[in-house]
Design a protein around this ligand. Structure first.
Ligand code: ZN
Ligand code: ZN
Length: 389
């Protein structure tokens, strides 16, 4: 069986899965029917599946090539978003208020196509390919469940592709180093001492302290982060008070921190902690900072990007490379895998006029073949010695 014949076998099955997933989207952590459908398809082609990874709906299967060699990991996500789809395609969402607005239907279908393709070509490559179908990417809890469920055991390097509407179909966006931002959130509780608004000298005003914090946090990026690095601190919530003539006891502010480098993330978290506590001391109020740790930055391995770039324009893939200069400040929980093994996130052109996370976005059918061809080709390629990121 040739590579083209294997892809030709897999593509219609992958396309049908995408339509089926798009028609029946499930929210993060609730991908039960989706996971069953993918598992049944893999098993019906003789591919054993491990389900329920880490207590969630994640699946994995391993395509065993010829003995020896190393193991590629390929990750796709399965969850949808709470958005009402606006579409007249035949496979539009039948689940009101839920849709595949991030194209994860296309990602899972691509990976299914890769698994079916490689399963037919097991005697034509050395090593193994671990296919990871991840739940709950949008709520950034799924990657950890897959890792805890053993998804990365034995994996030497990992890749994923995300459909990208701004790129033409057939174009693969590659980015060295930082590709997407970390995302963490903080909440600061400022406890002072309330009083009648006409007697402010009797109060320890938490609103004034909180206001000073909001202003001070805006300086942190400009004076702590190199101008050629990047970070965002946005205070997005400020709550205090119950009446116009009462200085309250408590104020809270909350917001998000985004960074592109691990070091910058750690440093800015400590700077935020020390800045708000110093202001608290100056204003005579108590300060408590609560962090909700999210995802690290997605930092691609340059060696993996170089390796992949040699295959994009090969006859088996027939794609074009777009070298991306800039990362985005969005987040991706694929970053968790990259804390364990070297890897890279690719952008797969879907040429859609609508952005991700909007009611008219559709991964479409045309990008599937490129995704399957590229990821299957990478899966069959020997893994060189990649440096750890
Ligand atoms: Zn998304
Ligand atoms: Zn996504």
């Amino acid at each position: 069986m040739t590579f083209d014949e294997a892809v030709a076998f897999a593509l219609p099955i992958a396309t049908e899965l995408r339509h089926d997933m798009h028609r029946n989207p499930e929210l993060s952590g609730k991908e039960e029917v989706t996971a069953h459908r993918i598992q049944a398809l893999l098993e019906s082609h003789g591919i054993p599946v491990v389900s329920g990874l880490g207590g969630m709906h994640g699946l994995m299967c391993t395509i065993e090539g010829l003995p020896g060699g190393k193991c590629w990991g390929i990750r796709a996500d399965m969850d949808a978003l709470p958005i009402q789809e606006i579409s007249d395609v035949s496979y539009a969402s039948q689940n009101p208020g839920v849709m595949h607005a991030c194209g994860h239907d296309g990602h899972s279908a691509t990976l299914l196509g890769v698994a079916l393709t490689l399963n037919l070509l097991r005697d034509q490559f050395v090593g193994r390919v671990r296919c990871l179908f991840q739940p709950a990417e949008e709520t950034v809890s799924g990657a950890i469940s897959v890792i805890e469920g053993g998804g990365l055991d034995g994996v030497d390097a990992i890749v994923m592709s995300h459909g990208w509407p701004d790129l033409p179909v057939g174009t693969i966006g590659l980015k060295y180093g930082s590709a997407m931002a970390s995302s963490d959130t903080f909440e600061v509780t400022i406890t002072g001492h309330g009083a009648h608004a006409a007697y402010p000298h009797l109060a320890k005003d938490p609103i004034l302290a909180a206001a000073a914090m909001v202003v001070d946090l805006q300086h942190l990026v400009s004076r702590n982060v190199s101008p050629v690095d990047s970070a965002v601190i946005s205070v997005t919530m400020f709550h205090a008070g119950t009446a116009r003539n009462i200085i309250p006891d408590v104020a809270t502010i909350a917001g998000t921190l985004r960074t592109l480098k691990h070091d910058t993330r750690t440093y800015l978290m400590s700077r935020i902690d020390s800045a708000v506590s110093a202001i608290g001391t100056a204003y005579g109020v108590e300060v408590c900072v609560h962090w909700k740790i999210g995802t690290p930055p997605v930092v691609n391995s340059n060696a993996v990007i170089n390796h992949i770039s040699t295959y994009v324009t090969s006859p088996a893939v027939g794609g074009a490379i777009r070298w991306l200069d800039e990362p985005t400040m969005g987040a991706e929980d694929f970053a968790h895998y990259l804390e364990h093994v070297p890897g890279a996130m690719l952008r797969l052109g879907t040429d859609c006029p609508y952005h991700l996370h909007t009611p008219k976005y559709d991964f479409g059918d045309d990008a599937l073949a490129y995704g399957i061809r590229l990821l299957a080709t990478i899966g069959m390629s020997p893994i060189p010695e990649f440096d750890k990121v």
